[in-house]
Write a protein that binds this ligand. Structure first.
Ligand SMILES: [Fe+2]
Length: 336
């Protein structure tokens, strides 16, 4: 349910300022409007409280000891646990350079000193309204993640698969220089890519023996079902192609669309390399867990067959051999 405009806007606001008089002024103003206010006097404490208290908004003075407002803002925005919290930077009046710097570190809005009461409340309310909407969206995402994890949980052999996939496809994506949108999509797709398996009965999903052609056909529908489940979420628009195409093969022999080569989105090509590697290096009802070397050899043969992207596999192999792929390497070692 979205926030209704006639409801009063509430929330917890973190105020970080090294000057006690400034903190008190802001606290008094905001508390009088019914907001819960937390105050801190330096940048390090602001960062700590942002993580611990998960405020709905942060008001940051730019000039603070230890970490200044820019540094705090940058770190809040770089942390997946806090990056959705709106940040208002309080700068000196009309300091253009500060504002440019603030935009670079991801600040959502600015206030000039001396702080104007009406302007402060207007900006705070507008950002809190936005935050409420983001929270709604976050809840929808977390329902999807929980659903995906409960599907994974049905199969004792794939335990932790989604988490490893999310983490490692992000590393591979960064290594390949993909955009931030693509990286975020990979993290989400790592968790939800198989959510369409909800439509596959357990008897088929967990069948240790060979699948009949009808059963195999049902399994092959999971990318399309998954795409349909996630489609209503606008924030998942870069995730949908990964879900739909994570079982395509470069030579066109994959499913569901039989796409070839570059027609398969690069993000899907990244996820499938990590997906295949994780499947090979963990035990399944029909196979033992391959060693890292065995898995890479098998995948190399599949690259030569024309299944996987040679360039992406090459970079992946490099990461694994350098030990940067410790998340997966550990799981492979444990699986042996
Ligand atoms: Fe899949």
């Amino acid at each position: 349910m979205l926030h209704q405009s006639d409801q009063p806007i509430t929330g917890t606001i973190l105020v970080a300022d090294d000057q006690a008089a400034n903190r008190e002024l802001l606290e008094e103003l905001l508390a009088a409007q019914g907001f819960k206010v937390i105050t801190v006097s330096d940048g390090a404490a602001a960062l700590q409280e942002s993580s611990r208290a998960q405020p709905d908004l942060v008001l940051l003075d730019v000039m603070m000891p230890h970490l200044n407002g820019f540094q705090v803002c940058e770190q809040i925005k770089a942390n997946p646990d806090t990056y959705l919290i709106p940040v208002i930077l309080i700068t000196a009046l009309s300091d253009r350079q500060d504002r440019i710097q603030g935009i670079k570190v991801g600040a959502d809005d600015f206030l000039s000193r001396p702080v104007d009461r009406t302007e402060l409340l207007a900006r705070v309310r507008s950002l809190l309204k936005l935050k409420l909407r983001t929270d709604e969206l976050e809840r929808a995402e977390s329902v999807l993640f929980t659903l995906a994890q409960s599907i994974e949980g049905k199969d004792p052999y794939t335990h932790g698969h989604c988490e490893r996939l999310a983490e490692y496809s992000v590393r591979l994506g960064k290594h390949l220089g993909l955009s931030q949108d693509e990286i975020t999509a990979l993290r989400r797709a790592g968790v939800v890519h198989d959510v369409g398996k909800i439509a596959v009965p357990d008897a088929i999903l967990l069948k240790p023996g060979r699948l009949s052609p009808e059963e195999w056909k049902l399994i092959q529908e999971h990318p399309v079902v998954g795409e349909r489940i996630c489609a209503p979420l606008k924030s998942f628009r870069f995730v949908l192609p990964i879900i739909r195409h994570h079982h395509e093969k470069l030579d066109g022999s994959g499913y569901p669309d039989g796409l070839r080569g570059d027609a398969i989105p690069v993000t899907a090509r990244v996820l499938q390399i990590v997906d295949v590697y994780d499947a090979l290096t963990t035990e399944r009802p029909y196979k033992h867990a391959f060693s890292i070397t065995e898995a890479l050899q098998t995948m190399k043969q599949e690259v030569d067959k024309g299944w996987w992207d040679a360039r992406i596999f090459d970079q992946f192999e490099r990461l694994v051999r350098n030990g940067t792929a410790d998340v997966l390497s550990r799981s492979a070692a444990a699986g042996r």
